[in-house]
Design a protein around this ligand. Structure first.
Ligand code: 1GP
Length: 245
C-alpha cells in the first residue's frame, strides 16, 4: 500500500520545520509561527513528539492546517499521534533499536485506524544516531542510538531497511542534539539510494548546507526555531538562493 513520494523528498534542498505540540506555548504563537514559516517558503511541516497527548496533537494539527497551504506530515512519537487532516504519515520503524514496541508494536495498535484514515503513508526506516546527549527518543523507546563513528552499522541498518521495502530513511541525532549526524554518515547512507531525511541538533545555515551537500534530501529543524523564530529569515534566504551554483 505504498504511496508515491511527494517531490520534496527527492529534492536536494528541502527543509522541514518540526512542530512539537507539547512545546507550543499558545494558539496565537503557533498561528504566527506557521504564517511566518509559510512566508519563508519552507518545504513542509512535520508534526510530532516523543510525549505528546492525542488532544495536544489534534489541536495543533487543526491550527496548522487552518493557517498554511504547505504540506503537513506526521512524524509520530506514538500510535496516538494520528489525524486525517494531514498530507501523509512518516510511518516510522525504529530500526536502530531492538525494542519490538517501536519496531512493530505501535504499528499493530494503530493499523486499523490508519487504514480507516486513508492518508498517504510513507514507510520510513528511522535510525537514531548518538547526538552527544540522551535524547527523548532513546529514553522513551528504551533503545541505544548508533554511535557517531559507527557508519558501517548505520549503513547496514539502512540497507536492511531498503531491502525490507521502506521508502525513506530518517537519520536523527535526536531533538536538541549537541552533535548532529556526521556528514560522512549522511554521505554513506545516501549512497543506498533512498530519499534521506536528516535532523537533530541542526541550528545553523552552514549545518543545513553541509547536510544537504552530503546528500540529505530533507533537513529537519525544530529546536532552533523554537528558540529563535527570526532564524526563518536566514532559512528563507538560503532556500531562495539554492546550494548548487
Ligand atoms: C528531532 O530531527 C528532529 O527528532 C529535529 O531536531 O529539534 O534538534 O532540530 P531539533
Amino acid at each position: 500500500m505504498n504511496h508515491t513520494l511527494p517531490e520534496i523528498f527527492s529534492s536536494d534542498k528541502s527543509v522541514a520545520v518540526l512542530i512539537d505540540p507539547e512545546k507550543v506555548v499558545n494558539k496565537e504563537k503557533l498561528i504566527e509561527f506557521v504564517k511566518r514559516a509559510s512566508f519563508a517558503k519552507v518545504s513542509c511541516f512535520f508534526i510530532g513528539g516523543s510525549t505528546v497527548s492525542s488532544t495536544q496533537f489534534s489541536e495543533a494539527v487543526e491550527v496548522i492546517r487552518a493557517h498554511t497551504e504547505l504540506p503537513l506530515y506526521i512524524f509520530p512519537g506514538s500510535s496516538e499521534q494520528l489525524s486525517k487532516e494531514v498530507d501523509g504519515l512518516l510511518y516510522l520503524s525504529l530500526l536502530s533499536g531492538r525494542n519490538p514496541e517501536y519496531l512493530i508494536g505501535q504499528h499493530v495498535k494503530a493499523a486499523l485506524q490508519i487504514e480507516a484514515l486513508q492518508i498517504p503513508i510513507f514507510p520510513t526506516a528511522y535510525l537514531l544516531i548518538d547526538g552527544g546527549t540522551k535524547s527523548s527518543v532513546a529514553y522513551v523507546s528504551q533503545t541505544q542510538p548508533i554511535p557517531q563513528d559507527q557508519t558501517a552499522i548505520a549503513y547496514s541498518t539502512a540497507l536492511a531497511g531498503k531491502q525490507l521495502g521502506f521508502q525513506l530513511i530518517y537519520l536523527d541525532a535526536g531533538s536538541g542534539a549537541k552533535d548532529p549526524v556526521p556528514v560522512e554518515m549522511i554521505a554513506s547512507i545516501r549512497s543506498i539510494g533512498l530519499p534521506l531525511i536528516v535532523g537533530g541538533g541542526i541550528r545553523t545555515i552552514d549545518g543545513i548546507r553541509s547536510a544537504h551537500e552530503a546528500g540529505a534530501n530533507v533537513v529537519v529543524v525544530g529546536n532552533k526555531l523554537e528558540e529563535d523564530v527570526d532564524f526563518l529569515l536566514d532559512l528563507s534566504s538560503y532556500l531562495a538562493v539554492g546550494i548548487r551554483l
